[in-house]
Design a protein around this ligand. Structure first.
Ligand code: GLC
Length: 419
């Protein structure tokens, strides 16, 4: 071996050994909605190539409620097996004590994200998680069917109900017995809280618990909203919709069996996929408004983040991973491939994103006007507040008590819990 080659080969092995010594074994937990885990896996491959750190995914069910229950137990027990948690926007105040403060690590990049999103992940001055994407739902509609029957995209829920019923009846008569008018997230879990907050807010019925802590849910407009939705069950929406989460509604929709669907932007990319029966046949619009004073279109603010466990044995590598997964590069790829809304403001002016995923720039205003769930005013009680709310709504939609009865009981329960 020539001397030069020998030196180079020695240098290479030294670098490899040094790299190996620093390489960490990390674990990240993440739920699976759509092909979210496959996307994450691709990104982790890049991360490993660049840093030498290995990352294992611990897959979780798609329900954010189930994830939260599990994470709370793991964190309370000081679990050292998980380094990075994928966290819902509503969890920061409840889990803040268990995660590392990322303020310093993110000092150079925090200013590039929308300030309100950074704020939502900041608890008593501590940056609890780094934003990966934000979320605000859409009314997905079958443009081919609206055209076929000469209908406009509905702007009120009553219009949506009428159009859904008419097209559904006509399509069934024309030979598709599986056709439904509207599918949404009606299971008793956090997703129903999101849907029902939209109905209530869209009728001018407030936000369950207001920013100043006032319990506002027991009011006439909220009752009117739930009474409207109750008429959908078994007519334009299947009874089974009361057990649907995001993926079940998308399943019905993507087979071509619903005129309308309420879902998050991730369903856009999947609906345009080659295996989708609705590819090229649908559009998205803001959710319909209710009726009466204060009626408006309302979208619940969602979104996902990465947090680093304070029990991680490799905090530095874990922080590097959280920074990588929330970076400009990955957010852009997420926007293009997953139609997830970036939290980095500059990406809304990115021509490649606008070309590949037109929903993204169009949704900037919608997520900026989206309604937050009351996780900030109710802090550590939020999960309980939400669970009382979705139960009252689920009972009402199942015909178990009227909206007025259930909201009165809910108000009393919330008073007991919060005051
Ligand atoms: C979406 C939202 C999340 C919300 C969940 C409810 O994933 O991004 O914030 O809690 O839906 O199912």
């Amino acid at each position: 071996m020539k001397l030069k080659t020998l030196i180079i080969s020695m240098m290479t092995s030294v670098t490899l050994v040094a790299g190996a010594a620093q390489a960490a074994e990390l674990a990240i937990v993440s739920g699976d909605t759509g092909n979210g885990l496959a996307f994450l896996q691709e990104q982790l491959k890049k991360f490993t190539e660049r840093t030498g750190h290995n990352v294992t995914i611990v897959p979780m069910p798609s329900s954010t409620t189930d994830q939260f229950g599990q994470y709370r137990l793991w964190l309370a027990a000081g679990n050292t097996d998980i380094d990075v948690y994928t966290t819902d926007v509503i969890w920061a105040p409840q889990l803040a004590d268990q995660f590392l403060d990322l303020t310093e690590a993110a000092a150079d990049v925090a200013g590039d994200h929308f300030p309100s999103i950074i704020e939502s992940q900041t608890v008593d001055g501590k940056l609890v998680a780094l934003p990966a994407y934000t979320d605000a739902p859409a009314l997905f509609y079958r443009s081919d069917l609206l055209e076929k029957y000469g209908k406009e995209v509905p702007t009120t829920w009553a219009e949506m109900r009428a159009t859904a019923q008419e097209i559904m009846d006509a399509e069934r008569a024309a030979g598709n017995p599986d056709m439904w008018g509207f599918v949404f997230q009606g299971n008793a879990y956090e997703g129903l809280t999101c849907n029902a907050l939209e109905w209530v807010k869209s009728y001018g019925g407030g936000q369950i618990v207001e920013a100043d802590g006032t319990i506002s849910i027991n009011n006439e407009q909220a009752i009117a909203a739930l009474e409207e939705v109750r008429t959908w069950i078994g007519t334009i929406s299947p009874e089974g919709n009361l057990a649907y989460m995001e993926e079940e509604s998308r399943g019905v929709w993507q087979l071509g069996n619903a005129v309308f669907m309420r879902n998050w932007p991730y369903a856009y990319a999947l609906g345009e996929g080659d295996d989708s029966a609705v590819k090229g046949k649908f559009g998205v619009a803001p959710l319909p408004a209710g009726e009466g004073e204060g009626a408006r279109s309302a979208a619940t603010l969602g979104g996902w983040n990465y947090a680093v466990s304070k029990y991680s044995a490799n905090p530095e590598a874990a922080i590097e991973l959280a920074l990588f997964l929330t970076s400009d590069e990955i957010q852009k790829e997420r926007a293009i491939k997953q139609t997830n809304l970036p939290t980095l403001e500059a990406l809304y002016d990115d021509a490649e994103i606008a070309e590949a995923a037109p929903i993204i720039p169009n949704w900037k205003e919608i997520f900026q006007n989206a309604v937050p769930r009351p996780s900030a005013p109710t802090k550590s009680d939020y999960n309980e507040v939400s669970s009382l709310f979705w139960s009252a709504v689920h009972n009402t939609l199942s015909g178990n008590g009227s909206a007025a009865e259930n909201l009165e009981v809910l108000e009393a329960d919330l008073e007991d819990l919060l005051n």
